[in-house]
Ligand binder design. Structure first.
Ligand code: ATP
Length: 435
């Protein structure tokens, strides 16, 4: 399996992910997505949105603000309980999450004594407006979910939704993690892709199982190797305060099996709490049974950054081609940051260059495409393989005579000739079929 060092270095070298504020020495565990990274992450979010919102009749979307009324976080339990146990080493002063340590006897780094564990609230605090006092405190949301709960009535009413239905949202969340790390796996600022799916109480367990299977299938559909995915059910003592049950989808990262997404049964906890704290009626009237009740909620909660990292790691392949090492990112076509690269066989032959540039422009109208003449064809192939470009198109002397180009497939390395005029439509068709 590829190691993290190789992935981190490829990400930097090829413009996927950079250290944030690098010219100032970097800011701990914060990362910026470069030109290829932003395309990849957008494709991941788009694939998720298409699957869970656009292709379903029982889901709608939302984009709520990051800053919310501070009472939201009292109602949700985050002010009182969103905390992790923290210990400090008395000798080397490092901090650890107590529940991540094998033993609380000695520091895992230097063997020094550890302090007693104390609870540390993970919410970032800031002030709204010019006065920095208690009354002005607001939080950066630690999860996007609450933006959905507080809009439950708005969405239900305006969209005339009946149970079961769900609301999906993609957005930034912030947690002052005690021990961030493993590249973009655990950071203090990250993006979540969350669904709150509202169901009739009593139907929650069945819907929970359905969502677990649907979400697992999504990662497989977009190319993650099935043997690298597994489900892990939470034990009773690990469950969050709001959850009746939770199953994680885990991926085998180079640093071990770790959570990609959690699918929780949140019961009616959140709607009940918000009804109590806001004084608004958040019950649902079931016109079939003529009853009023608080819907139960199934929450598939994924991280856009963790998913992107898993797709990157899983796509990474090294192989021996003749005497050379070939590095190739075998992304699913829909996720690949660049779909097609057009290259001229000779960059100082104006007629070839003109055709190649025109073809790249035509491709750009329907997919992410680039023109590349920065090396020999062999070198360009290697560079494009390393970023997972699906097709390399070469314009050569034959193109001048018969208006065809070679199309090389990243995965099979097969080369075929296609009429230039047909290329955009033919590749677009393949992309559409792959989604
Ligand atoms: P962990 O146990 O890893 O701290 P969690 O169980 O607290 O995660 P959830 O609250 O279930 O995480 O959040 C849902 C999803 O949001 C996670 O599955 C993950 O993909 C993403 N996520 C949570 N915390 C972070 C983080 N610090 N950095 C990146 N992604 C995160």
């Amino acid at each position: 399996m590829v190691d993290m060092e190789t992935i981190v270095s490829l990400c930097k070298r090829r413009g996927f992910i950079f250290q944030s504020s690098e010219i100032y020495g970097g800011l701990g565990s914060t990362w910026d997505y470069g030109p290829l990274g932003v395309e990849l992450k957008r494709n991941v979010k788009e694939a998720w949105w298409n699957t869970v919102v656009r292709q379903r009749g029982d889901m709608v979307g939302l984009d709520a603000a990051i800053l919310m009324h501070p009472r939201v976080w009292e109602a949700s339990g985050h002010v009182a309980g969103f905390a992790d146990p923290m210990v400090d080493c008395r000798k080397c002063k490092q901090r650890f999450r107590a529940d991540h340590l094998e033993s609380l006897e000695k520091c895992p780094e230097c063997g020094g004594d550890l302090t007693e564990a104390r609870m540390f609230n993970l919410m970032f605090k800031t002030f709204m407006g010019p006065v920095e006092d208690e009354a002005a405190i607001v939080y950066l949301r630690p999860e996007t979910a609450q933006g959905i709960f507080v809009n439950f009535e708005n969405v239900r009413e305006t969209m005339r939704k009946k149970l079961p239905f769900g609301i999906a949202q993609i957005g930034k969340a912030f947690r002052n993690e005690i021990t961030p790390g493993n590249f973009t796996f655990r950071t203090r600022e990250f993006e979540q892709m969350e669904i709150e799916f509202f169901v009739k109480p009593g139907e929650d367990e069945e819907w929970h199982q359905r969502w677990i299977q649907d979400r697992l299938e999504w990662y497989r559909q977009y190319g993650i190797q099935p043997e690298k995915l597994r489900l892990r059910e939470h034990a009773c003592d690990e469950l969050a305060h709001y959850a009746k049950a939770c199953t994680d989808i885990e991926y085998e990262f180079p640093f071990g099996w770790s959570e990609l997404e959690g699918i929780a049964n949140r019961t009616d906890f959140d709607l009940r709490q918000h009804a109590e704290y806001s004084g608004r009626d958040l019950t649902y009237f079931d016109d079939q049974t003529q009853e009023r009740y608080f819907p139960y909620v199934i929450e598939p909660s994924a991280g856009a950054d963790r998913a992107t990292l898993a797709f990157l790691i899983d796509a990474y392949h090294e192989e021996q081609v003749r005497n050379e090492k070939r590095v190739v990112l075998r992304f699913h076509k829909a996720l690949a940051p660049i779909k097609a690269a057009v290259m001229p066989l000779k960059r100082n032959e104006p007629r070839i260059v003109a055709i190649a540039k025109e073809l790249a422009d035509n491709l750009r109208k329907c997919m992410s495409a680039m023109y590349d003449d920065t090396g020999s064809i062999g070198r360009l192939y290697r560079r494009q393989d390393e970023i997972g470009t699906v097709w390399c198109l070469t314009v050569d002397f034959q193109s001048l005579e018969d208006q065809t180009v070679t199309v090389r497939d990243r995965d099979t390395m097969e080369q075929i000739r296609l009429p230039i005029a047909e290329v955009p439509a033919r590749l677009k068709e393949q992309l559409d079929n792959a989604c």
